[in-house]
Each structure stands twice: as structure tokens, then as C-alpha cells.
Design a protein around this ligand. Structure first.
Ligand code: NZQ
Ligand code: ZN
Length: 382
């Protein structure tokens, strides 16, 4: 372990079949609770009934309609409701979008200014309303981290900010059985790429973190065809759900250099086109690997050898095959791997380049991914 680090993750994880009922014991007494929801999938799969049952006798109000890639415009309405109702606790029931949105609601209820100011500058976050979650889709890790990504529809922007961790999160894998195949594929890609963003940087910083990251990626590769065959297989979906949480709760990041360029470029594409997060990343990561293959060479070779068993050929051939294997994996779960498949072309690439140059953005483990390199990365995704 070459680098010093600090680690603290306070979220209590409650994992397994029929655990939503435990809300009754886990939620503190005498709170005024705001329950936040997405667009209504929970009404079709029994989650809503289970939550209502567990909240019997509690003092609570509901807010519906937090959309995928949650917007500050929608969240302002929830914040106003929370202020008006003087809520003291928030329960997010949904995916990363509902949980991320709830992190902003929790930060902005005690704040006097506009919520978007907190997204742009999280040092303005003071007191927060405590919150917990019932997760319905494995993907983001938001159920066990302090990050949140919020969109501004008016400005066509999407930024991450950091606030606080859920007090507890309930993960019942049976709730994932109702997920559409596309959302599952996006969740697999998002999880895989969270690990890659914390792995595909510098070699020999921590053999333990490397093995841990490779273990999550190998597990996802093993699970994917089984999920495709039967998305209601509890053993398979529960393992996938745990992979997603473990991929972005700090456990693979101890003392290692991180990248995150793919995510931040992906957020720009989503801000401009509304594309689904995991799908967007599955395209951009391939461009990042291609453009930065020299800088990431040693780790790309290790990734290819240990995750895809690519050991034959010259170093350059092995890297080519590793990138191809990664693309093949995304295609095998039904995702697009080229921007043109989403009808995105040069105009968007130039817009993102200009945005990054204007903001002075420098991403990646070496801080060298500026507007110009981003343009090269995205051209390789066309
Ligand atoms: O809104 P409803 O009707 O509930 O439907 C949702 C939504 O349409 C549906 N869904 C969720 N659970 C379901 C279900 N449908 C059937 N059965 C279920 N059990 O799935 C759709 C997508 O939900 P969403 O919450 O948007 O998905 P996800 O968890 O992938 O979240 C994506 C958001 O999280 C951000 C992304 O940028 C994006 O805005 N991220 C958050 C991160 C974090 N907080 O750490 C990190 C990630 O890298 C990511 O950026
Ligand atoms: Zn992600």
C-alpha cells in the first residue's frame, strides 16, 4: 500500500429478502418524514405497498416524480414541500436518481439560497436533514456513498457534488426482478466502469485493491449471461446488487489513484442529449482506453490478463484485444458502443470541447484530459 488514505463509511447496509419491513424498526421515532419516489415503478412491483405497510402509524408526506438524471427544477418542488412540512427525516425509495435527488433535498431544506448553488459549491452545505434509502436498482452505489449527480434542464448541465451518506440503506434483491433489461444492462455497465475508473490508472499501488477490483469485474462478466437468461434468479441478482454497492462505496478506492474522466465526459453527453448514464459510459470508456492507451499501458495489460485472460501476442496486440473484449462485453449485454448508434455526432463533441476549454477542465489521473484530449476521446467513440 503505497499511499496514505482515510476511510469512513457510516451507512448501515440491510441486505436480503423481505427486508423492507425493517423500515419500521430502523426509522427513528417521532420524526416528520418525507418519502421521495421516482416515476411510479414502485407501484407496479409491490415496493410501494411494503413501504406503506412499514410506515403505518408514522407521520409522513410523499413526493413523487424524481426523474432519471434528476433535475434541480423538480427537486426545488420537493425542497419547498420539505420546508413547508418541516420534515426532520427523508426516506428515498428508488434508484440512484431518487437517492441523489434526496441528497440535494436533504442539503437544501436547511439552506436559505437556491439548491443549484449547493451543486456548484458543496462547501456551502451546512446542516443536512438525515436520510435513508430503499434501493430498487443496482447501479450507482448512491445507497452507500455521499455523491450525487444533479441536472439543470434549463442550462443543459449535469454536475456531481458531495454531501452526506444515507443513515441506512435497505437492499432487497427481489425488487430488482421487475427491472427492464436495458436498465439492468446500464446498471452492469455503470458498476463495471465505476471499478475501472478506480483501477485503470497506475500499477502496483495496492495488490489488494487491484484483486478486489478485478474480482468485481470478473463477477459481473460471470453474472451477465445468467442475468440475461433469468432476471428473477435471486442468487444471481443478489450478487449483482452487492457488486454495484461495493463498486462505489470507497472499498475499492483505498490508497489508489483514480481517473473519472469517462464519467465527467459522460455527464456532458447526458446533459445535452438525456442519454442513460450506464449506456453513455459504455461508449465513452472505449474512447478513453483508446486515446490514453500509452498512459494506461501497464494497467491495461494487467486488466487484459487478469480479467479477460489475454496473454498472447505483443503488448500492443494485447491492448487491442483487451479493448475489443471490453466492447464485446458491453455488446453482449445489449448496449450500444458507438456514439452514432445514439445519433450523436461531431456537433456534440465540439460543444463539449468548448465547454471544457471554457471551464479550464482537466480530468483523469494525470490531469491531462482537457478539451482537446476530450475531443480526441470522443472522436474515437463515433
Ligand atoms: O422512476 P421509476 O418509475 O421508479 O423508474 C426507474 C427509472 O425509470 C426505473 N426503475 C428503478 N427501479 C426499478 C425500475 N423499474 C422497474 N423496477 C425497478 N425495481 O429505472 C429507471 C432508472 O432509474 P435511475 O434511478 O435513474 O437509475 P440509476 O440508479 O442508474 O441512477 C442514475 C443516476 O445516478 C447518477 C447518474 O448520473 C444518474 O443521474 N449517478 C450517481 C452516482 C452516485 N450518487 O454516486 C454515481 C454514478 O456514477 C451516477 O453518475
Ligand atoms: Zn456511474
Amino acid at each position: 500500500m503505497k499511499n496514505n488514505f482515510e476511510f469512513q463509511n457510516p451507512t448501515k447496509l440491510i441486505f436480503g429478502k423481505w427486508t423492507i419491513a425493517q423500515l419500521a424498526q430502523e426509522l427513528p421515532e417521532n420524526e416528520k418524514i418525507l418519502v421521495t419516489y421516482g416515476g411510479g415503478s414502485v407501484r407496479q412491483n409491490g415496493v410501494y405497498e411494503q413501504v406503506c405497510q412499514a410506515l403505518k402509524g408514522r407521520n409522513y408526506v410523499e413526493f413523487w416524480g424524481i426523474e432519471p438524471n434528476p433535475t434541480v427544477e423538480t427537486l426545488r418542488k420537493a425542497i419547498a414541500l420539505g420546508k413547508q412540512e418541516k420534515v426532520t427525516y427523508i426516506l428515498a425509495v428508488g434508484g440512484g436518481s431518487v437517492i441523489d435527488g434526496t441528497k440535494l433535498i436533504s442539503s437544501a431544506i436547511p439552506y436559505n439560497g437556491d439548491a443549484w448553488e449547493l451543486v456548484l459549491n458543496s462547501s456551502k452545505i451546512g446542516k443536512m436533514i438525515p436520510f435513508a434509502s430503499v434501493l430498487t436498482i443496482p447501479a450507482t452505489g448512491s445507497e452507500m456513498n455521499s455523491g450525487a449527480v444533479i441536472s439543470n434542464a434549463e442550462k443543459q448541465e449535469k454536475f456531481a457534488f458531495f454531501s452526506s451518506y444515507p443513515k441506512f440503506s435497505i437492499l432487497d434483491p427481489t425488487v430488482t426482478f421487475s427491472l427492464p433489461k436495458f436498465q439492468i444492462a446500464c446498471g452492469i455497465a455503470d458498476t463495471f466502469i465505476h471499478v475501472l475508473e478506480q483501477y485503470l490508472t497506475v500499477i502496483e499501488e495496492s495488490p489488494l485493491m487491484d484483486r478486489w477490483a478485478e474480482g468485481i469485474m470478473q463477477t459481473l462478466i460471470e453474472l451477465a449471461p445468467k442475468i440475461n437468461a433469468d432476471k428473477t434468479n435471486y442468487d444471481v441478482m443478489s450478487e449483482f446488487m452487492l457488486c454495484a454497492t461495493m463498486a462505489l462505496n470507497g472499498f475499492t478506492a483505498m490508497g489508489v489513484t483514480q481517473d473519472w474522466a469517462t464519467h465527467l465526459i459522460g455527464h456532458e453527453i447526458t446533459a445535452l442529449h438525456g442519454t442513460t448514464h450506464g449506456q453513455t459510459l459504455a461508449i465513452v470508456i472505449l474512447g478513453t482506453m483508446k486515446q490514453l492507451r500509452e498512459q494506461k499501458k501497464a494497467k491495461l495489460l494487467q486488466f487484459g490478463e487478469r480479467v479477460f485472460t489475454i496473454v498472447e501476442g505483443t503488448e500492443e496486440q494485447r491492448i487491442d484485444r483487451t479493448i475489443e473484449a471490453t466492447e464485446q462485453f458491453f455488446r453482449s449485454i445489449g448496449l450500444a458502443t458507438k456514439l452514432k448508434e445514439l445519433n450523436i455526432g461531431n456537433e456534440t463533441i465540439l460543444k463539449i470541447k468548448e465547454r471544457f476549454l471554457f471551464r479550464g477542465t482537466r480530468l483523469g489521473e494525470c490531469g491531462n484530459v482537457d478539451g482537446y484530449i476530450t475531443e480526441e476521446i470522443l472522436k474515437k467513440c463515433l
